[in-house]
Design a protein around this ligand. Sequence first.
Ligand code: NAD
Ligand code: TYD
Length: 358
Amino acid sequence: MIFVTGGAGFIGSNFVLDWLAQSIETVVNFDKLTYAGNLNNLASISDDPRHIFVQGDINDTALLSQLFEQYKPRAVVHFAAESHVDRSIHNPGAFVTTNVNGTFSLLEAARAYWNTLSGAERESFRFLHVSTDEVYGSLGADDAPFSETTPYAPNSPYSASKAASDHLVRSYHHTYGFPTLTTNCSNNYGGFHFPEKLIPLIISNARDGKALPIYGDGQQIRDWLYVGDHCTAIRRVLEAGRVGEVYNVGGWNEKANLEVVHTLCDILDKLTPKAAGSYRDQITYVQDRPGHDRRYAIDARKIERELGWKPAETFESGIAKTVQWYLDNQEWVRNVQSGDYQNWLEKNYASRDSKEGV
Ligand code: NAD
Ligand code: TYD
């Protein structure tokens, strides 16, 4: 079986659902269920005996050790993290606690377990660390995309904490020979994405008749990858990635934020038109994010060359599926719009002066 951390979050739950659809292997899903963890994401497998959910914190090394001993996984796939840049600006401590200390605790428990293995079990064990392209910092308009050898230059408490966790993972391979794999992926989008992040926030605010907040001039560029393609990439790296290596994962889809928001408005205008006007009329420019990275772009040639992986979705096909998913799953959105979510909206957006017409 495999041991997944953070499997009730956005990417982790997509991964667990995908895994059980493709494989007969059991998944132990270990998740703290923070505001971002949601068991509703896993409702469709609630009766599947191959899914074993355990609520817990990756800082709990003793519990992790007990579970490794009990379930004897052949691999750990580590998604659990605090993942939202804006929250890291308001509360950086939580990011150090989970992303740095938590990854350290998980590495320690996994290494101790791996040390008890021998022969083929020890040979084939893998620890796959899921990370982000944000560790590489910000690109200028004409810079080459991030490759696996681009120096780290994290700019937010989120990306700094992920960079620290990547370094710990690297050091465990280098020092102990611990069989790690690291993936650094660009911005994901798709179903089960918590509506604090740009794409699901815009879709739900548009539908609710609320402002569509654009930070700064909206010309910041992100590379976007459909979440299903990220899951395929992780499965492929787990299956055939070279131990100790890093693989950058991206969609070859660089888009400015404003272009993404325009695309979402145009799709919604077609699928669920307003009584009058366009969803674009709800766009509002607000104060920029402090330290806002200007451009991310991923050179994903290594994973294609070595492992034959490339994305199946274009941005156009993936974004159309995603909007449809949110229209079909409005109950899911209503359920996550909890007390904590309302507090977050108040905290993040009330402090940003509206900058109409910038
Ligand atoms: P998410 O915030 O949606 O989910 C995180 C999950 O981790 C939640 O289920 C939460 O309950 C759990 N968690 C948080 N702290 C925990 C702890 N201390 N112990 C156990 N579980 C804990 O995040 P996501 O967007 O699904 O991202 C998953 C991983 O992928 C993260 O490591 C993130 O850095 C990385 N990543 C995300 C993106 C993206 O676009 N979302 C892109 C590249 C890489
Ligand atoms: P986000 O989804 O938070 O991902 P990340 O910061 O990890 O890239 O944001 C994506 C981009 O959208 C980022 O440049 C910030 C911008 N953004 C807005 O313009 N308005 C918003 O309300 C949010 C949440 C993000």
